[in-house]
Design a binder for this molecule. Structure first.
Ligand code: PEP
Length: 251
């Protein structure tokens, strides 16, 4: 089956208010005629509200980069799924490797965050990926299967279409060293097999699996047309309108 490609920009902790709005305006204009791909941007929390307003009526969806797994209460510094919805976010990234590795997020916490997002009506991008040491030790499959299985624990058949998986090898994120199309295809096919086991073949077939890790205009065409690659989660190259637009157009 053909899955509609989904390309999302993760702005991480970059840009200021003015630059966020300038980027949003340039993308809205540049992608006004885009039909083939679904597009989203994930600004820092504090700019979501204004970016979502700036993109209202465009084809670009807005998401958060993280969320708290609790709905409300004494969780200083945290942002809930409901708050994200309240300021215009429609989706959220969970389990990004920077959250897992810099902030010690466990598979259980990632699963709990995904639960909160879905309960509150947000779609989600669930990130999985192995470190270089894990790949060298031939643990790629066991690591990404574990992250996927734990992450999706409790996600029902009817909720699954609201989840996109992002395969993001940690060694490729922000390093300039992307996975080869063959490496990405192999990991994606493996993840789809795990999804088939968790759900069934036809439900697994419909799940989009993005590749993330140093996607840029020069490698986007080969990565985005690789077998089993249904789009991309883009970090650094999503911060400039021209590079993000070139990536979208190379699909
Ligand atoms: C990311 O932030 O998820 C990412 C893949 O970053 P980059 O494209 O910069 O490697």
């Amino acid at each position: 089956m053909t899955r509609r490609a989904f390309i999302a920009g993760n702005w991480k902790m970059n840009l200021d208010r003015r630059a966020s709005l300038r980027l949003a305006a340039a993308l809205a204009e540049g992608l006004a005629a885009e039909e083939r791909c679904e597009i989203a941007v994930c600004p820092p929390f504090v700019y979501i509200d204004e970016v979502a307003r700036a993109l209202a009526g465009s084809k670009i969806r807005v998401g958060g980069q993280n969320l708290c797994d609790e709905p409300e209460g004494a969780f200083t510094g945290e942002i809930s799924a409901r708050m994200l919805r309240d300021v215009g976010a429609e989706l959220v990234i969970v389990g990004h490797s920077e959250r897992r590795h810099l902030y010690g997020e466990s598979d259980e916490l990632v699963s709990s965050k995904l639960r909160s997002a879905l309960d509150e009506g947000l779609d989600a991008i669930l990130c999985v990926g192995e470190t270089l040491d894990e790949r060298t030790a031939e643990q790629t499959e066991s690591v990404i299967a574990r992250q996927l299985t734990h992450g999706l624990a409790g996600v029902s058949d009817s909720e699954l279409p609201r989840v996109t998986i992002a395969y993001e090898p940690v060694w490729a994120i922000g390093t300039g060293h992307n996975a080869t199309p063959a490496q990405a295809s192999e990991a994606h096919a493996y993840l789809r097999g795990v999804l088939s086991g968790l759900y069934d073949d036809s439900r697994a077939e419909r799940v989009r699996i993005q590749y993330g890790g140093s996607v840029k205009p020069s490698n986007a065409a080969e990565l985005l047309t690789a077998r089993e690659v249904d789009g991309a989660l883009v970090g650094g190259a999503s911060l400039e309108p021209d590079s993000f637009l070139q990536i979208v157009r190379s699909r």
